[in-house]
Design a protein around this ligand. Structure first.
Ligand code: ZN
Length: 302
């Protein structure tokens, strides 16, 4: 357990080799924003002589979109990304997440919460209502206790980020009442399991990071290095997402889309070719300093 402040440091990471990942959830087809994340995570890993792994985040079963798993796999093929290990599916790890919950329960780090959505209302900060009620864990939501302390990390693109989870959020759920394991728990456990060292993902996940650092620190997992990419916006100024029906990546236009993604990431122009050849070239020229700063990307061709 940690005392005053959780601070991320790069010092340890330099001793370990780079392992990065691309971790889409099959709640809709991949879109241009997903491609940016795939390209950036791949090129950053390869430019650092690291490994690049793929993980399908399919724990949120009610939100799984029937064909999107196949679409993700066919995009990885069509864009000629080459994962350095077999693709893993979080659905196969449900027993493992339960095991980690048991560990946290033994450490008195979690508790059962019976609050309904109605009771919680629109208040985004959980007041800790059930913290000392000692409720039975069966068929209840499970919450992780947070501390009144500042959690900081240095994002490679977004700079230093700090958050006090107690003030900003309150104790947060690791498992829903319907049994669905939270994104936070699954991500932290799988990053550890896959020996991930570097996380490259969209800035929409920036405010999840403090939660993941806190959970990882309670489990004594190693610190990770983070880079949150600016989000691609559509011409109405909304971020591309499955919710606003962003266009699915067309696998028949892989070289053209790849070329656009490379430009959107601020990297030097790459001629149309086989995606594998184009990716090799981006890896050779990869420069994080050229990626646009900020959390929104408003290139005109998006
Ligand atoms: Zn509660």
């Amino acid at each position: 357990m940690l005392s005053h402040e959780v601070k991320q440091s790069d010092a340890l990471l330099n001793l370990r080799s780079y392992v990065g990942r691309f971790a889409p959830s099959p709640t809709g087809p991949l879109h241009f924003g997903s491609l940016l994340t795939a390209v950036a995570s791949y090129c950053d890993a390869k430019a650092n002589r690291g490994k690049w792994l793929v993980r399908i985040e399919d724990t949120d079963i009610p939100r799984i979109y029937p064909d999107s798993k196949n679409h993700i796999l066919s995009c990885i093929d069509a864009f000629q990304f080459e994962p350095d290990a077999e693709i893993i599916f979080q659905k196969d790890h449900l027993g493992l997440y339960e095991h980690v919950l048991e560990q946290l329960k033994n450490a008195n780090a979690i508790y059962a919460c019976q609050c309904t959505r109605k009771i919680l209302g629109s208040n985004h900060i959980y007041a800790g209502t059930c913290r000392d009620l000692n409720l039975d864990f069966a068929e209840q939501a499970i919450r992780l206790k947070v501390a009144d302390q500042l959690i900081c990390f240095d994002d490679r693109l977004q700079g230093q980020q700090c958050s006090n989870l107690k003030h900003d959020l309150g104790d947060f759920a690791l498992k829903r009442r319907d049994g669905i394991i939270s994104y936070q728990l699954a991500v932290v456990v799988d990053d550890y399991l896959q020996n991930i060292t570097h996380v490259v993902r969209g800035a929409d996940l920036l405010d999840n990071t403090a939660r993941q650092i806190w959970l990882g620190s309670l489990l004594n997992y190693p610190n990770l290095n983070y880079m949150h990419l600016p989000l691609a916006m559509n011409d109405q100024g909304q971020k591309l997402s499955k919710q606003n029906l962003a266009q699915a990546l067309d696998i028949h236009r892989a070289p053209e889309l790849l070329q656009q993604a490379i430009l959107a990431l601020g990297q030097p122009f790459v001629e149309l070719d086989q995606p594998r050849v184009m990716l090799q070239q981006v890896v050779q020229q990869w420069d994080v300093d050229l990626i646009p700063k900020g959390i929104h990307l408003t290139a005109t061709f998006l």
